[in-house]
Write a protein that binds this ligand. Structure first.
Ligand SMILES: C[S@@+](CC[C@H](N)C(=O)[O-])C[C@H]1O[C@@H](n2cnc3c(N)ncnc32)[C@H](O)[C@@H]1O
Length: 253
């Protein structure tokens, strides 16, 4: 999959060279191309921002260099939609990452300052996504969040021993708790069932933990999901055994 990012800070994307994303880029599972609007300025000072009409604090990204950089990206990736990162966009989630992972590519547009000129949004942006209800200083981290979430879903990005399929949100539930050696840590033992070798019992325990955790931590996710009969029984049992135990009531937003 091809990713193009229009950004004033291309050097930030070196962070993508680590771990799963770095391996995927080296293997050619994903390609990353960076376009800096500053390279498309025409004045001596390479100006990329200007004062906002109407006054007020802060600066706004100038249209011309940004538009030229975007046009280059679009010419290089004609099949890609232009995605603007903004706190005013729809909230990004795993379902969107899965949908994006089916595409040939995306062009991510990272804002800075007070944001980009609205006319650029009107003419040239196909989608707007936010990574959460808070304001970052720039769209680069948001673009990297999307890059990471999408790249790890691409076929060949994760090794055999890793899997995205069981991760939180992939089946509408949070992930079950994970353990590794040692078997006992400061008096806390790994749940016995995980050492039993009984694959069916392990599957049921993990499913029950995933259901229980989702019920406790993100009850609204469960409300959106249709449960199978087995899942309903497992959740019922989880709720019964945890009722009255400290920290075992569903979390509220
Ligand atoms: C300081 S912010 C501008 C915020 C803008 N004045 C507003 O309140 O909507 C600068 C840039 O960071 C990016 N950004 C900030 N928060 C973001 C978020 N939650 N999701 C995606 N991008 C974000 C956007 O690209 C934005 O143009």
């Amino acid at each position: 999959m091809r990713f193009d990012v229009v950004t004033l800070f291309p050097e930030m994307f070196r962070a993508m060279e680590s771990g799963v994303t770095g391996r995927a880029l080296r293997k050619g599972v994903a390609e990353l191309h960076l376009w800096n609007p500053r390279d498309y300025t025409e004045d001596l000072h390479r100006t990329v921002d200007d004062r906002p009409y109407g006054g007020g604090p802060g600066m706004v990204m100038k249209v011309e260099p940004l538009k030229r950089a975007l046009e280059r990206a679009r010419a290089a990736a004609p099949a890609s939609r232009v995605v603007h990162l903004t706190p005013q966009g729809r909230r990004f989630h795993q379902g969107v990452a899965r949908e994006m992972a089916q595409r040939e590519g995306v062009i991510l547009l990272a804002g800075r300052y007070e944001g980009i000129d609205e006319r650029l949004v009107e003419c040239c942006v196909d989608e707007e996504w936010s990574i959460g209800d808070y304001v970052l200083s720039g769209g680069e981290l948001a673009a990297m969040v999307i890059l990471d979430a999408v790249i790890r879903l691409l076929p060949g990005a994760l090794g055999h021993e890793e899997s995205a399929a069981q991760d939180s949100y992939m089946n509408g539930l949070l992930d079950f708790p994970q353990y590794t050696r040692p078997e006992e840590l400061e008096g806390r033992r790994v749940p016995e069932v995980l050492r039993s070798g009984d694959h069916e019992a392990i599957r049921r325990w993990r499913l029950q933990q995933a259901l229980g955790r989702t019920w406790l931590r993100r009850p609204e996710l469960l409300a959106r999901r249709r449960l199978s009969e087995e899942e309903r029984e497992l959740l019922e049992e989880y709720i019964q055994t945890h009722q009255g135990v400290a920290g075992s009531t569903p979390r509220e937003e």
